[in-house]
Ligand binder design. Sequence first.
Ligand SMILES: [Zn+2]
Length: 314
Amino acid sequence: MRRRIIQTSVVLAYLTSSLLAMAGESTGSCREAGVALQVLGSGGPEITDQRASSGYLVWRDGHARVLIDLGPGSMLRFEQSGARVEDLQVILLTHLHVDHSADLPALIKASFFTERNVDLPIYGPTGNEVMPGTHAFVDSLFNNTNGAFRYLGSFLTGDESYRLLAHDIPTQGKSPHTALDDARFRLTAVPVHHGPIPALAWRIDIAGRSVVFSGDMNGDNHTLETLAAGADLLVAHHAVPEGAQGVERNLHMPPTVIGRIAATAKVKQLVLSHRMNRTLGREKESMQFIRNHYTGPLVFADDGQCYPLVKRAR
Ligand SMILES: [Zn+2]
């Protein structure tokens, strides 16, 4: 009986999200002129939601340039998207929870079979007592003497056709940090509160467009409002329903907080992702709480969706 209820709720959630998606500007392909966001993984850590875990691509003029998080399953979606490893210019990590980082070895191994010959920078949070920093994390995977996948150590040493270059971005305090600012894009991070986990929200300014990723956070730092100011699109992680308490609320923001942040920042479009079983099937309720604050375009993400970043009049 419970199984049937769960199946029914999943079907309803799918239908609801499909209908809501029609209100947005999602299309099947990101391989056109201009800048676009593609959702690789719209789920969380569960393996009962028919979704890949967190992962996103920012495309420019038909090339996937920025990969943001790469949770389990996101590399299958990467493949399905038609993106090429050779086109990636940077990887950004919001934090190192499994559902945001576990496909990194899969990407690096896959790159062996590509023509990539340009170094690949990866930016993510510093560490603390419960998490390694990004550099230490990458080293723990690929160090050629003691890494878990030491057989791929040549991707760190320079003995391969390119190097994976890891950089730590500060997670202490509340100040923004510019990771990279050149002719291609500006990448800015702010520390966000995700329980005890060092975590970052990211903003990508590219070709006159801007897209912001909340990552997992609960809103306590009040840093995302400023980072996302005026952004063309905000991807907000909708991992808990309204009324969440305790550990869940210390890790994640409820719909009211998402709505407040989107409204304060005056973002031009809101995409809700990191959807979990506790929020799937409750889209109407979540939307009502968000709508108390934010009145702009709003969609619930599904894997593979593409959102062109178009200029909007407001
Ligand atoms: Zn997390």
